[in-house]
Design a protein around this ligand. Structure first.
Ligand SMILES: *Cc1c(COP(=O)(O)O)cnc(C)c1O
Length: 372
């Protein structure tokens, strides 16, 4: 079978046999509670707290609503310093709250916000920092917290890529004031669509629970203009089933990561991003940088892979700061963001997902090698 006929996408969800999901559906059919924080919602919150090693989690219908609500919960206003090297939802959540994003450049090794550059972006209107653990690699959390403490800023992590990632002290989701996860179908752990906010205490979780349910406290009391951000029972049930398979899925991702590194290490002009010191990684993405001295351009390589049925993705190109709703901001100018601008020109995320076969990894690596 030629690769031309098999399309390999950058990611693909692992779906266990359908029969495995039926008992969950039967339970929903029996108790007839479809949403509004039912038994599966409750159970998934508990199991995720155990799995992730966090105290409090609030589930959401998707990660973007969770980001928007996290900003509301902390009453963030004015300006927020964030990274241009992410998925647009990061900055969009600021615009949805009437907040001005201020872009700051990234670190060349991790492609996370460069902590050394954050301070120069702070003004009297700055109220928070919103970093992203890009590709699941931890940000420089200590340096960011030090700046936040000294300048009296909140820190909200977009941890959409960082499910299950741990540093020396435990879950990286414990850092900052709040961390936000996405359980979109393309992520390491998915609930079809879904997301969550990791909360440091029961009080803020209660506030977030109100905000994700229209601001309702009880039948007679509404305390805030909340949104409908609730996760349904169907999604929560799927998440519970996924959790059963996660260990195997992560182990397979790790193998694929190792195969790629082995097969690409001697190709001049192809640089694999090195791990960023996490104790437990999640192998959510496999980014490579196509350097200038590689014989063909990043986009030419992207197209050759595509012609061969391999759909890599240019995460993150274009930069968020290049989209029309952002590009007129002074902080969005490429001169302000040289490292992010360079990375966006070079990056290619190769397919990585549990059902990707070793043979396919080797074919992809061979195809890249053949261009060198
Ligand atoms: C996927 C993603 C989101 C958005 O999550 P959804 O669940 O799709 O709304 C936000 N930020 C980053 C960095 C993401 O990758």
């Amino acid at each position: 079978m030629s690769l031309k006929k098999t399309k390999i996408f950058v990611t693909q969800p692992h779906l266990p046999p359908l029969e495995e999901f039926l008992p969950y559906l039967e339970k929903i059919w029996k108790n007839k509670q479809l949403t509004n924080c039912g038994p599966f919602h409750h159970q998934l919150e508990n199991e995720l707290c155990d799995y992730l090693g966090v105290e409090h989690i609030a589930l959401f219908a998707n990660g973007t609503l969770a980001l928007v609500t996290a900003l509301q919960a902390l009453k963030i206003t004015g300006e927020v310093i964030t990274t241009p090297y992410s998925f647009v939802a990061t900055s969009h959540s600021l615009l949805w709250n009437g907040i001005k994003p201020v872009f700051s450049d990234v670190d060349p090794d991790t492609l996370n916000l460069d902590a050394a550059k954050i301070e120069a972006a702070i003004t009297s209107d700055t109220t928070a920092i919103m970093p992203v653990h890009c590709y699941g690699h931890p940000c420089d959390v200590d340096a960011i917290q030090e700046i936040a403490d000294r300048r009296n800023l909140k820190v909200i992590y977009d941890a959409a890529h960082a499910f299950g990632v741990q540093d020396e002290g435990g879950s990286i989701l414990r850092h900052g004031d709040l961390s936000v996860l996405s359980f979109h179908a393309t992520k390491v752990f998915n609930t079809f669509e879904g997301g969550a906010i990791i909360c440091p205490d029961a009080e803020i979780k209660l506030r977030i629970n109100q905000l994700k349910n229209f601001g309702i406290v009880d039948e007679l009391t509404v305390v805030a203009p909340g949104i409908n951000g609730k996760m349904s029972e169907f999604n929560a049930a799927f998440g519970l089933m996924q959790l059963q398979h996660l260990e195997g899925a992560l182990a397979r991702r790790q193998e694929i990561d190792a195969h790629y590194r082995n097969n690409l290490q001697n190709i001049k002009g192809i640089r694999c991003l090195k791990d960023a010191g996490e104790r437990v990684a999640n192998y959510a993405y496999f980014p490579i940088l196509v350097e200038e001295y590689f014989p063909i351009s990043r986009d030419a390589l992207y197209n050759i892979l595509k012609e061969n049925g391999i759909y890599s993705r240019r995460y993150f190109y274009p930069l968020i700061s290049d989209f029309p709703m952002y590009r007129r901001l002074p902080s969005a100018q490429p001169e302000n963001l040289p490292v992010a601008t360079g990375a966006a020109q070079k990056v290619l995320c190769l397919p990585i997902y549990p059902d990707l076969e070793t043979m396919q990894v080797e074919t992809i690596a061979d195809l890249i090698a053949a261009q060198s």
